[in-house]
Write a protein that binds this ligand. Structure first.
Ligand SMILES: O=C(O)C[C@H]1C=CC(=O)O1
Ligand SMILES: [Mn+2]
Length: 387
């Protein structure tokens, strides 16, 4: 086999409106910003990747702008001219660049897409092989309004689009949040699983009071109730045993997963390819969870189609995803970014079978949404000329 090298790496920032405000404890999103990566190889194959976070710098340490800058200024010079095989390129990257997990994930996604296309196999087969052809996908209710959330959940159930819901809380006093959650769970009853994500907003003292109340309300899972740095507190909340506790922001790849597992600091891990630092790091993190008897959940950074399907390829190779996934990112956006939209059916995302990621970006959408597109200038006519 002739040696294939990396010829060029291009990054494009897109700003895409959301279908409604998405209210988290740390930010209210009116749009999502997505960094698209195009990786061109010496054999003419192009791989696509995505670097996406939530709310600028309010969620994680990398912003869309820093992901682009890291790739343009530091990743590209390291990788251009080097071997395009994903493992060797990623090893090279890790030698030269510390942290920057979101940027590394975007690059590994593009490398695996290109390699899959080259070998004629889906990315899931490069990761050991697919165990699932479809993945259950929940929907996040985060309009900020209880009645609107119930109406949205009813609509999703009626359309058979989702059978489980995650509620974003932590912005209001906890008693108000618990009442909001209890009202929604009462309205939905046994027709849907209801989980909550606090996004680190509570102190341990608040969480100790709130968890039994959420359990009484019928909540199945509480995600990252306290700050990501407080693993001992997470362990104490997990030991309470009244409701399953999930780690999200505390997970930054296999090493952080190992220390959480050793400290019995979660019942469930949210596996996110971006936070983990790439698809193979996410798989290693899942392996640590499996070895420790910690349940798995397929998380999202509310990515567009590329990041969502990259995550799906990883999750499809995991044995049991006891709590399903939240791979609904593209459904939160007003614009379709893929030539062929992802297939969502009966509460699940269907994995594509084509080689690589199995998707292609929609060129017109990229042209229309890229932040650096030429601005249209408005010509103001003098009044007398208008007549
Ligand atoms: O899990 C998070 O914290 C981030 C994200 C995932 C779903 C959603 O609505 O927000
Ligand atoms: Mn979360």
């Amino acid at each position: 086999m002739t040696r294939v090298t990396i010829n060029a790496i291009e990054t494009i920032i897109l700003d895409v409106p959301t279908i409604r405000p998405h209210v988290l404890s740390v930010a209210t999103m009116q749009s999502q910003t997505i960094v698209i990566v195009r990786l061109l190889c010496s054999d003419g194959i192009v791989g696509f990747g995505e670097g996406t976070t939530i709310g600028g710098l309010s969620y994680g340490a990398e912003s869309p702008e820093s992901i682009k800058l890291t790739i343009d200024r530091y990743v590209a010079p390291v990788l251009i001219g080097s071997d395009a095989r994903p493992a060797s390129a990623m090893a090279m990257l890790r030698r030269h660049i510390v942290a920057n997990h979101f940027a590394k994930n975007a690059i590994e996604t593009a490398l695996l897409d290109a390699q899959g296309k080259r070998l004629g196999v889906p990315v899931s087969e490069l990761l050991g092989g697919r165990l699932h052809d479809r993945l259950p996908v929940l929907w996040t209710l985060a309009s900020g309004d209880t009645d609107r959330d119930i109406a949205e959940a009813e609509d999703m159930l009626a359309r058979d689009r989702h059978h489980a819901f995650k509620l974003k809380i932590g912005k209001r006093p906890f008693e108000q949040d618990v009442a909001h959650v209890a009202t929604i769970k009462r309205a939905l009853g046994d027709r849907a699983s209801v989980r909550v994500d606090v996004n680190q907003a509570w102190s341990e003292a608040t969480a100790k009071r709130a968890l039994p109340m959420l359990a009484d309300a019928g909540v199945d899972l509480v995600e990252q109730p306290i700050p990501a740095t407080q693993n001992l507190g997470m362990a104490r909340l997990t030991q309470m045993g009244c409701v399953a506790v999930m780690a999200d922001e505390a997970l930054h790849g296999p090493e952080s997963g190992y220390s959480l597992a050793c400290g019995h600091a979660a019942d469930v891990f949210a596996i996110k390819i971006a936070q983990a630092g790439g698809l193979s790091a996410a798989k290693k993190l899942a392996g640590i969870a499996e070895a420790a008897g910690i349940a798995l959940y397929g998380g999202t950074m509310l990515e567009g189609g590329i990041g969502t399907i990259a995550s799906a390829h990883v999750f499809s190779t995991l044995g049991a995803l006891e709590y399903g996934t939240e791979l609904f990112g593209p459904l939160l956006l007003t614009e379709e970014l893929l030539a062929e939209p992802l297939r969502y059916e009966a509460g699940s995302l269907v994995l594509p079978t084509a080689s690589g990621l199995g998707i292609e970006p929609r060129a017109e959408a990229i042209a229309a949404l890229r932040r650096d597109r030429p601005l249209r200038t408005t010509v103001v006519m003098p009044l007398q000329a208008v007549g």
